[in-house]
Design a protein around this ligand. Sequence first.
Ligand SMILES: Cc1cc2nc3c(=O)[nH]c(=O)nc-3n(C[C@H](O)[C@H](O)[C@H](O)COP(=O)(O)OP(=O)(O)OC[C@H]3O[C@@H](n4cnc5c(N)ncnc54)[C@H](O)[C@@H]3O)c2cc1C
Length: 532
Amino acid sequence: MTTQRDLRNTLRSTRRHVPTNLPYRKRLPASPKNIVVIGAGLGGLTSALIMASEGHHVSILERNSIPGGKCSQIEEKGYRFDTGPSVLTMMQTLEEVFSYAPKPLESYLECIPMDPLCHYWDRELPSVADSTASFMNYANLQYTLDEVKRIAPYDVEGFKALVQLSSELYRKTNATFIRNPLARLKDLKGLPWLDLLDIKAFSTVSQVVDKHVQSPFLRKFFKRFTTYNGSSPFLAPGTLHVIPHVELSLGAWYIKGGLYQLVKALEKACLELGVNIYYDHDVQQIQTKKGRVVEVSTSSQSFEADILISNTDSIELPLRLASQSATKREKDAALEQQPSSSGFVLLLGTKKSWPQLGHHNIFFSNDYDNEFEEIFHKHQYPSDPTIYISNTSASDSEDAPKGGSNLFVLVNVPPLKEHTLHRQAERESESLEYANKLIHELESRGLKGLRASIEVQYIHTPVHYFNTYRSNRGAIYGTSSNSPWAAFLRPRNAHPRFKNLYRVGGSTHPGGGIPLVLQSALNATKLALDTL
Ligand SMILES: Cc1cc2nc3c(=O)[nH]c(=O)nc-3n(C[C@H](O)[C@H](O)[C@H](O)COP(=O)(O)OP(=O)(O)OC[C@H]3O[C@@H](n4cnc5c(N)ncnc54)[C@H](O)[C@@H]3O)c2cc1C
């Protein structure tokens, strides 16, 4: 016999295939529930959207006065900066999320495929001409292979083999791990336990890459993808070599008007579905009773919750918000969570532009091994950092005044040593010095006149990410994957003890970065809806 629940589940799983020309209808469940979401980051907004589209009463409580969390933006003197993510990948996940919105994705966002994907500079590689990059990575793999042929003809076959291996890893892990909430025993059965060797779980990314290519530049090229979830290629399992496939084969996108438009679109869709968003509402406490969350409180207000979805960093629950009901084991486990790398970000509005800069640009360090040794073992800012620059004004002239650039400069740095701020003053003085060092370095690598052309400057350090979003030790991607087991130790989307508590965001399964954060919300809401 088909029950109401079976029917709802079938509808939910086929929803993506409903022709988009049919008018959207919000679902009307027999008894709508009170859903409370803590945090309006990408994970929280996505969860709210899905729960509201299923007809429930949803409230989001956000401590800041704007949505988006780490995906944010700053506008000043005609310069617009995305202050968080700049690369959007795995478009199919975004499409799945917007299948829950009242209107199709295209009516909220204009997503533009990137080509070239990235410009690279390396001191060991000659540029074709003084003003051009050393290596171009194109959306068309064949063109990139021509570049490989030019700089390292002996590595063409190895390059192809690494691209192929990455695609295989994606095929083996996407359904069984990323899209699998790993919540029930039957979910674990789907994991490729017997294939752990096959998915390179016991070698590092660095070992996998070194086996296939000899060129020092190409080694760095492939290893850098591991930093997309804040991990070290010298520590993370070879399974993370899945990431190149996501960009090299599936592609990367930019959103017209900046990546912050994604936040605005999710907020808009939530409001269209009747979600109440309470800004400047810092949740202080979660009350529990008999294995369930019953109420969530800020300093001045309480909200009853049938279901609570937390988009805070997962360590905040046992250590702060639900500390009274958390067990010692839960608190210890939270403290053991290894945060991802943090970021040192310089936002530079410059009167000048540099024709050699593309939209995405990488300036590699000489000694990649030492760079990660400094970040993850010595816990210091790298002395010779790899520098990433996102220059959206190369694609979108409205992002800077005429003739100028909006440079988002990012260097991977260690997270704070503790989940407190006692070293804040020390860090702040370090910051100006480090910013000057980066500007000097960029001038020496071709951005002549950079310092003199700066009109607007902001510096964001790990302290900023901790203070503003309360992320674990200022990590920017959540937890790291710096061991073969890290991926399995991330907090799962369904809380193991409180039956109506779900966790989403970069510090939860399946991990950090936009697509995985969206996936965490898809996983968590599916689990929550299955209980209703
Ligand atoms: C500099 C930088 C560069 C990045 N680059 C990329 C990139 O190119 N591509 C990519 O895919 N990803 C990138 N990322 C990572 C990506 O931004 C994150 O993975 C994602 O935005 C995290 O979303 P989230 O929902 O997990 O959490 P968050 O963005 O941290 O949102 C959590 C929200 O909860 C709120 N909150 C916390 N505690 C409370 C409380 N007690 N009460 C109320 N509200 C609370 C916070 O204020 C915040 O709004 C980058 C991040 C940074 C910072």
